[in-house]
Design a protein around this ligand. Structure first.
Ligand SMILES: NC(=O)c1ccc[n+]([C@@H]2O[C@H](COP(=O)([O-])OP(=O)(O)OC[C@H]3O[C@@H](n4cnc5c(N)ncnc54)[C@H](O)[C@@H]3O)[C@@H](O)[C@H]2O)c1
Length: 330
């Protein structure tokens, strides 16, 4: 039983991870979140008063606060990030560099001073760029194609260097594309779902041929739990994909969403192709299965059904976000 710091806890993956840890493990959880436009306390509303959860409002770039929080925990899952590719393209990389690279550096330096049992860096499959071979294993070249992806690669490689240089108990986790409840509608699956539920046309960048390896968010939470609980010597210093081993095109997802939402939902409109587009992502699942026995268990059809049901039931949640000043297009 450990005390686990999950940074970025009011975001999509981290809030689902926190709920998973509270429900399925006996770990205590601390979250540190700056509550940027992407952070939403509603994502934790049902667990906020849980006796095993502490929420700290603050920034991973605040070295003093980070030292204070890190001093009281055994395990760190650094999931806080500027996470939206399109925003990094349109607004520039500044916030992405400071949070995704410098924020990671501040956390890594904190554990040099105050050792922890293990540190999981939530990196991303985006660090690979587009597949030069399939499936993409952890040795696939790193060719990040957007400013977001480059900053994730920066944090990923910085963590690796701290492992090599200082022998710290670091695990680098590269999830492929996640979808599920509580994902900001700037991202493609919830954008399609909320557009379909509103009876609007679904907006696709380019012809929609680009594929991704789609992972239901509860599966990712299970993978992170497995990496927290695995014997340290089996995972320390390792880089691991979290993937399903199957890829689905954006166009196919649009069709599945339209079909699942049913009558009254609109058609599809094509926008310009996104600069920095990744054509294909399909992850190798072998290494994580070998190290921990974990494999994804939710099929895309099942995950999509659960996701649509959540967005149907939580219309006020996404309408409030859509009503704010700006939502990036994908
Ligand atoms: N969503 C995906 O498909 C996906 C895939 C692979 C990897 N990832 C990675 O997983 C992690 C979570 O992604 P997500 O989609 O849930 O992100 P998200 O944008 O939904 O949540 C990010 C959270 O981090 C917080 N945050 C941002 N900057 C911060 C800072 N400086 N200090 C403290 N908190 C800060 C935000 O307030 C927000 O609550 C990120 O590291 C992301 O790069 C995401």
């Amino acid at each position: 039983m450990s005390r686990v710091l999950v940074t970025g806890g009011a975001g999509f993956i981290p809030s689902n991870l926190i709920r998973h840890l509270l429900e399925h493990t006996r770990h205590d959880v601390v979250s540190l979140d700056a509550l940027t436009y992407a952070g939403n306390l509603e994502n934790l509303a049902d667990v906020m008063s849980h006796p095993r959860l502490e929420f700290v409002h603050g920034d991973i770039r605040d070295a003093g606060l980070v030292a204070e929080v890190v001093g009281g925990v055994d395990v760190i899952v650094n999931a806080a990030a500027e996470s939206h590719v399109e925003k990094s393209i349109e607004e520039g990389a500044s916030e992405f560099v400071t949070t995704n690279v410098e924020g990671t550096q501040i956390l890594l330096d904190a554990i040099r001073e105050q050792p922890v049992e293990r540190f999981l860096l939530v990196s991303s499959s985006e660090v690979y760029g587009t597949a030069v071979r399939a499936p993409m294993d952890e040795g696939h070249p790193l060719e990040p194609r957007s400013p977001y992806a480059a900053t994730k690669a920066g944090g990923d490689r910085l963590a690796f260097s701290y492992r090599v240089t200082y022998g710290l108990p670091i695990v680098i986790v590269r999830p492929f594309n996640n979808y599920g409840p509580r994902q900001h509608p700037e991202k493609v699956v919830p954008r399609f779902v909320t557009q379909a539920l509103s009876g609007e046309p679904l907006t696709i960048h380019g012809d929609g041929h680009a594929t991704r390896d789609w992972l239901y968010v509860d599966d990712t939470a299970g993978a992170i739990e497995a990496l927290i609980d695995a014997p340290l010597d089996t995972v320390a210093g390792e880089v691991v994909n979290v993937a399903t081993g199957t890829d689905i095109s954006v166009r196919a997802i649009a069709e599945l969403v339209l079909e699942a939402v049913g009558s009254g939902s609109g058609s599809v409109v094509h926008l310009d192709e996104r600069p920095g587009q990744v054509d294909r992502h399909i992850g190798s699942t072998e290494k994580l299965a070998r190290l921990t026995g974990w494999r994804a268990s939710v099929s895309f059809e099942e995950g999509l059904e659960r996701t649509i049901a959540w967005y149907r039931e939580n219309e006020a949640w996404w309408r409030e976000i859509l009503g704010r000043a700006r939502v990036f297009s994908s």
